[in-house]
Design a binder for this molecule. Structure first.
Ligand code: SF4
Length: 290
């Protein structure tokens, strides 16, 4: 079985008990970022990133002056008053930091502002998030800004990730940008129990201990990986959705009726297609010159 990358809480004895793994370590206190990174560096493992689950807005976050060189995913629920962010911009613009925000309307607006001043952002698109729904029109605006705007700006994920991995000939599973795809990531607790997503780990839905789970491919991973194919058997609206290759039914509402998701993903599909065409053309059209 292919060895997964691991997402685990910061626990020195857990980290030291792992060998030659790529690890993303979760901490809740900014003061633990350097300590967690150092613990992985001293172990037999390599660091993917430190995930800082910060319960307050970005404005309240003290950015450590000893975080240089550590990839840090700053998970915040909101940005807060923008004037509170200005003094932090030099630190936030460093390439090792990424600000991750849930997809509520205010955050979509704030992510665009942050990206425009050079801060790398990541939007967690989630139904049933803070305001219960996704504003697909706002998300569409952010997506076209992230992928098409000519003005300089920092990347915005998942759009940047999707455009870098997009292949018109196949579907794309892009949950890895959230460290979530169980075909690539396992989430551990301090006892090495394995969950297949961060939500499962928080809810303590484990499928077994790491050493047992890694003996053979867990059936639940296979079931989740193939879940999209049931949408065709069930004749779901997803089966005829233009954006299926990008969404794969991930955002199907509970009532089974597609809302703005279908037009959002169809639009993104179109944008990616246009970017592909531009890429193919670039360099082929010689400027006519005497
Ligand atoms: S965009 Fe909506 S309708 Fe289309 S595949 Fe995704 S969930 Fe289904």
């Amino acid at each position: 079985m292919r060895l997964r990358k691991l997402v685990c809480p910061y626990d020195p004895s857990l980290i030291n008990s792992l060998h030659r793994r790529q690890i993303a370590v979760r901490v809740e206190e900014p003061s633990l970022v350097r300590e967690a990174a150092d613990a992985v560096a001293k172990s037999n493992n390599s660091l993917l990133c430190v995930i800082l689950d910060f319960a307050q807005p970005l404005t309240a976050l003290p950015i450590g002056d000893n975080w240089d060189g550590i990839p840090v995913l700053l998970m915040v629920s909101a940005v807060g008053e923008f004037r509170g962010v200005v003094s932090k911009l030099p630190a936030l613009k460093k390439p090792n930091l990424r600000v991750a925000l849930p997809s509520c309307k205010d955050n979509l607006r704030d992510a665009r502002i942050l990206a425009s001043v050079g801060v790398y952002c990541s939007i967690f698109i989630e139904r049933g998030g803070m305001d219960g729904s996704v504003d697909w029109d706002e998300l569409s605006d952010l997506m076209t800004y992230a992928l098409c705007a000519r003005v300089p700006h920092a990347p915005v994920d998942p759009f940047d990730y999707i455009s870098r991995h997009y292949d018109p000939m196949t579907h794309l599973k892009w949950d890895a940008v959230y460290l979530e795809n169980p075909e690539e990531y396992f989430h551990l607790d301090t006892e090495k129990n394995v969950a297949l997503s961060s939500k499962d780990a928080f809810a303590r839905h484990f499928i077994g201990r790491l050493d047992e789970v890694e003996k053979e491919e867990p059936p639940e991973v296979i079931r989740r990986a193939d879940a999209w194919s049931n949408l065709f058997l069930e004749k779901s609206v997803c089966a005829t959705c233009e954006g299926f290759k990008l969404c794969m039914g991930k955002y199907l509402p509970k009532d089974g009726k597609a809302d703005g998701c279908a037009s959002f993903f169809a639009e993104m599909f179109e944008v990616l297609g246009e970017l592909e065409t531009l890429k193919e053309k670039s360099g082929k059209e010689a400027l006519w010159q005497l």
